[in-house]
Design a protein around this ligand. Structure first.
Ligand code: ADP
Length: 694
């Protein structure tokens, strides 16, 4: 049964299509037509997606799109859609499906010449009555909708095409405009630009900045060769010419050059190759670089100076630290020196209040450190120092000077002791007196020794006086009878003729003589010890004295049948001595040489010698006598000492000869040296300072 209202709606819809209505409104209207069908539930349009093979829900009369989508999925799953499309393609009819959704579904494929573009799913309820005419009407309406959709697509494509055409026209207008604007822009930018024909290097276009930089007009530049306008900045740049941006010198119209940086770009147009060279003036940049370089050098210089200053400061600081450490060490040293000083040390303030005492102070006085601190040194006062001495002490200190004295102090236990004291002001860096320092040495023992020494000296002087008077007496008492004996024995020697008596008298004479010699030596030694200080020295010619001495001893040498020789290399050799003492000293040594030599010779030599930076007269007495063993050479200068001592002595003498000679030579600030070998002989050398007129 044909539903008239649906028929009318279909006819109206196709007849009243208006241009005013939009595509989507048209679809919506087209779908609402199905509402006229008796038993209508909903109608939904699915269209083929342009980018996949799927269909999407374009529009529906139902607002519950989820149910529609579920229905669609169900139909796909049951292949109902595929079946209905196949049927419609072969028969051109639509299919009613009884599905498990409990409704009738009418699937209406939308087919155009190019194929299936979508389908309509029409839901109907039980009131729907199956009717071929209705289905035909549905089919016509869906065909109409398909055509409408196709037309709409074609139209929109046409619209698009039209749009593109307009744009092309518009774009070509734009290109002309843009080219003009581009030229304007190129002229307004600060970068110089040249367009060059690559083949000929000919400039074919320039912008305003370029012609300004060159100083040439645009048309003066066009047609010239680009190579004439630039030179490489230096060889390095030429070598690196492969670089894209290079520094060049640009030759201006006035012949001057400016530094520029230039970049080349290549392009082709109408089969021609072109170069676009763009460049900028880097004069300012160069100046800045130079300024920067100068600043950098200056900075480096300053840094260097500062580093130098810092290292100086550092060095000074290190020196200061070293000095300070040294000062601290010195201070510590001083502290320990004071602390351990063998003298008592007291430091007081300006009012005499004790601030420091060292351990020696406590040891001497018996006052402990704590007992002494804050006390006045008068706790040590013995009361023996007179008020004048105290006044003198304070006057000296207030005068800023050191006061020294020896006096007695009193210990804590009341005992008195002697001190040698020095009290002096202590000054600060600014020379102000801040303290007083007392250094006191306990000299009680020394005083005692001194007293003993004085007593001993007095005793010695007494003994000396006694000895002198004894010697004087001896001299008188022994010499007087001895002279008598010698005198009488000499008379007897002349008187007596009997040979045996002559020998006796000779013995008396020689023994007496020997005794007198010993006595003379003893007296002489004592005499030397007494006179040495106030002796008067004169200039003496050693040569002359030795000649005398030689003559005196020649006789004795002849008697002993020994050769006595005098070897003198010069006529004058001056020394400053007391003549008799000198002769005594030399005489003793020549005596010994003759005495201790039995055969051979004795040679006496005198010459000048330089030794230890001094000039000397050296008298050498060489003999071929018995010699002296090394171990005996030291003792022979001691009084009464001899190599052969006691009763075994073979030689006469009392051991005083060398002692006297040594003492005399000492008085003249000379020296006696020995070289000797037992049985071979000895050499005694007497060194005396040479006299010089100044
Ligand atoms: P003396 O009167 O005994 O000679 P000296 O003081 O002159 O006393 O000499 C001390 C000792 O030195 C001598 O006893 C002797 O032993 C030794 N003496 C001195 N001169 C010589 C010498 N030329 N040769 C060997 N011995 C010597």
């Amino acid at each position: 049964m044909l539903q008239n209202s649906f028929y009318d709606a279909v006819v109206n819809f196709s007849a009243n299509k208006s241009d005013e209505i939009t595509y989507d409104e048209m679809i919506s209207d087209g779908l609402s037509i199905f509402k006229k069908i008796h038993g209508f539930v909903s109608v939904s349009l699915f269209l083929k997606s342009s980018d996949s093979a799927d269909y999407y829900l374009k529009d529906s009369t139902s607002i519950d799109h989820d149910i529609i989508q579920t229905t669609y999925n169900e139909l796909i799953k049951n292949k109902e859609i595929a079946k209905s499309i196949n049927d419609s393609e072969s028969t051109g009819s639509v299919q009613i499906v009884n599905n498990n959704l409990n409704s009738f579904i009418l699937i209406l494929p939308l087919i155009i010449q190019t194929g299936l573009m979508g389908f309509i799913i029409l839901k109907l309820d039980n009131n729907y009555s199956d009717d071929e005419k209705l289905k035909d009407l549905c089919k016509i309406h869906s065909k109409y909708l398909a055509l409408f959709l196709m037309n709409s697509n074609l139209y929109s494509e046409l619209e698009n095409l039209k749009m593109t055409d307009n744009k092309i026209v518009h774009y070509s207008k734009d290109i002309v405009q843009s080219t003009k604007e581009l030229k304007k822009i190129l002229d307004s930018i600060q970068v110089g630009i040249l367009v060059i024909d690559k083949k000929s290097d000919e400039i074919i276009d320039v912008n305003r900045s370029a012609s300004k930089l060159f100083g040439f007009g645009k048309y003066e530049l066009i047609g010239t060769n680009v190579q004439d306008h630039f030179i490489y900045k230096d060889d390095e740049e030429r070598l690196n010419s492969s670089k894209n941006s290079k520094e060049f010198l640009l030759k201006k119209n006035d012949g001057t050059f400016i530094p520029i940086i230039k970049t080349d770009a290549y392009f082709n147009a109408s089969d021609e190759e072109y170069i676009i060279e763009s460049f900028i003036d880097i004069t300012e940049r160069k100046k800045m670089e130079e300024a920067l370089h100068t600043a950098q050098i200056e900075l480096e210089h300053r840094v260097e100076e500062r580093t130098h200053e810092l290292s100086e400061v550092n060095k000074n600081l290190q020196n200061e630290i070293v000095d300070r450490i040294k000062a601290e060490k010195d201070l510590l040293k001083i502290y320990w020196a004071v602390h351990q000083s063998p003298a008592a040390i007291i430091i007081t303030d300006l009012y005499g209040k004790i601030e420091y005492v060292n351990p020696k102070f406590s040891e001497i006085t018996g006052y402990k450190y704590q007992e002494a601190i804050n006390q006045n040194p008068r706790i040590l006062k013995s009361g023996e120092l007179s008020s004048e001495e105290y006044k003198n002490l304070w006057d000296t200190l207030l005068d800023g000077k050191e006061w020294r004295s020896e006096f007695r102090n009193r210990k804590k236990n009341g005992e008195l002791y002697w001190v040698s004291a020095s009290i002096s002001p202590v000054r600060s860096d600014n020379k102000d007196v801040t303290h007083y320092l007392a250094v006191q040495e306990d000299i009680t023992e020394r005083k005692r020794y001194l007293e003993e020494l004085i007593i001993a000296k007095q005793q010695a002087e007494n003994s000396d006086r006694i000895k002198s008077s004894l010697l004087a007496n001896m001299s008188h008492e022994i010499r007087t009878p001895l002279i008598g004996i010698l005198g009488y024995s000499q008379i007897l020697m002349n008187e007596i003729k009997e040979a045996d008596l002559v020998s006796l008298v000779n013995d008396i004479y020689s023994s007496g003589n020997r005794l007198l010699k010993t006595l003379n030596n003893i007296l002489y030694l004592s005499h030397i010890e007494n006179i040495s200080i106030e002796m008067e020295l004169t200039k003496v010619n050693v040569i002359e004295e030795l000649e005398h001495c030689f003559l005196e001893n020649k006789k004795y040498a002849n008697e002993k049948e020994i050769t006595l020789e005098l070897i003198l290399k010069r006529k004058e050799l001056y020394i400053k001595v007391e003549k008799d003492l000198f002769n005594q000293a030399i005489g003793n040594i020549i005596d010994n040489a003759l005495k201790y030599t039995d055969k051979g010779y004795v040679i006496v030599e005198a010459d000048y010698a330089s030794h230890h930076g001094k000039n000397w007269a050296v008298i050498k007495v060489k003999d071929t006598g018995i010699g002296i063993a090394k171990e005996d050479q030291g003792k022979i200068f001691d009084a009464f000492r001899q190599v052969s001592e006691g009763y075994s002595r073979n030689f006469d003498g009392c051991g005083l000869g060398l002692t006297i000679s040594q003492k005399i030579v000492d008085i003249f600030r000379g020296e006696i040296t020995i070289e000797s070998q037992p049985t071979k002989g000895s050499t005694f050398s007497i060194w005396l300072p040479l006299f010089t007129s100044n």
